[in-house]
Design a protein around this ligand. Structure first.
Ligand SMILES: [Zn+2]
Length: 410
């Protein structure tokens, strides 16, 4: 048993945190009194380990090997094909492992990764990411999503590969209905995903309507299917950009359906800020979903890193602190409750979307913790200072020390 003494919680309250084994045993002022092993924290901020609820670990760090393209989603997908054909399990494993390790250094101890499942790469991306997850099992938990990036009907053979991916142990059923050729094919894509999820007893986490075209409306198909099947609280829809471009009547209707179906929305502003709005002149759209309206309606909204130096996005370093900051700019998050919402979007919200019941700053939760050299979440966002210490299941897994020296004239 050991303790963090005198930490600042995100609420502003002071407390001690006692850890026993891999769990938080006690969390209250004075709880560390008399314990032999104590880390004196002097009022520094403690947070639960961040969760990256939407990332693509199979594609990370390939940017330098791709040809240049027009910067759009479809341009990026096409540019990646050639590289995807050359994937080996070891190649994917090495890149994915590097980004998991970097994420852990910066306080993220749980990740949910989409992994391409299609007739170009077969199951190589999944095997690589699963191997990396295994390599990193001592420092982080990683879920995998079987993601038919090239479509199910558009890519004959992908459905059978999805079955094989789930048999091989992929944790979640992915999808990308808006990528299909027409509305009927989109609807069939959604139906097939739910059928797979039902048959293999998995949750669903799909890419939904990642386009500026307000006429693309597969989110409603997903919500309708979830409601019709009673598949409640088990679906996450990622990106959902076209919702911002659709008319308000549709938006109100579908947001209400999402709320009723317990659908989480993974808004990934970091990448959508650069991918969308490419065709606009003058007032260029942000390309993010209706984050404020979803939040106001009570829908569970999370922010993911999505991409790290791949065909879609040249930046990213597994920093959910950076993701929260960029997302705050995209979604006009500035006051106290806004910033609390941004914190929730990289902690409790992805935990809810992933159905984690052992997460958070509370007794009984797994002791995934991080100590930051600031006294508030607002200061953590503003200064972007990395965590001094990170724990995974009660074990210290990362430390960061930054030395900065200012040399003044006498
Ligand atoms: Zn994505």
């Amino acid at each position: 048993m050991w303790a963090l003494q005198d930490v600042r919680l995100p609420t502003g309250a002071a407390a001690d945190i006692v850890v026993e084994g891999d769990r938080i045993a006690r969390l209250e002022a004075g709880a560390a009194d008399g314990l032999g092993e104590r880390i004196q924290c002097s009022g520094k901020l403690v947070l639960p380990g961040f969760i990256d609820g939407h990332v693509h670990l199979d594609k990370v760090l390939i940017r330098d090997e791709l040809r240049e393209h027009d910067g759009t989603l479809s341009g990026a997908i096409a540019a990646i094909h050639e590289r995807k054909r050359q994937y080996t399990v070891e190649d994917v494993r090495t890149r994915a492992r590097a980004v998991i390790e970097d994420s852990v250094r910066l306080g993220t101890t749980r990740l949910r990764s989409h992994v391409d499942v299609d007739t170009i790469g077969g199951l190589i991306p999944l095997e690589g990411v699963m191997a990396a997850a295994e390599d990193c099992a001592d420092i982080a938990s990683v879920q995998t999503i079987a993601f038919p990036q090239e479509g199910l009907l558009r890519d004959p053979g992908a459905y059978e590969l999805m079955e094989a991916a789930l048999e091989a142990g992929a944790d979640v059923v992915g999808g990308m209905p808006h990528w299909e050729a027409d509305v009927e094919a989109q609807r069939e894509h959604v139906r097939l995903c739910f059928e797979l999820a039902t048959r293999f007893v998995r949750d669903i986490d799909m890419h939904v309507d990642e386009t500026d075209d307000g006429g693309i409306r597969t989110l409603e198909m997903v919500a309708d299917e979830a409601l019709a099947r009673g598949f409640l609280g088990r679906v996450c829809a990622g990106h959902v950009c076209s919702l911002a471009a659709a008319d308000h009547e549709y938006a109100d209707r579908v947001i209400e359906k999402c709320l009723r179906a317990g659908i989480s929305i993974a808004a990934n502003p970091v990448t959508n800020l650069v991918l969308q709005g490419r065709g606009d002149r003058g007032l260029v759209r942000r390309g993010t979903t209706r984050i404020g309206e979803l939040r106001a309606a009570g829908v569970n909204v999370l922010f993911g890193q999505d991409c790290v130096k791949d065909g879609f996005y040249p930046f990213g370093r597994g920093s959910m602190l950076e993701v929260a900051l960029i997302s705050a700019h995209a979604a006009h998050l500035t006051n106290k409750s806004d910033l609390d919402f941004a914190l929730r979007a990289v902690t409790e919200a992805p935990a809810q979307a992933m159905g984690l019941d052992d997460y958070g700053l509370r007794p009984g939760a797994r002791a995934d913790l991080q100590l930051l050299p600031v006294t508030s979440w607002a200061e953590a966002m503003r200064l972007q200072t990395p965590s001094e210490m990170v724990w995974f299941g009660g074990r210290l897994v990362a430390e960061n020390r930054i030395e900065s020296v200012l040399h003044r004239a006498d």
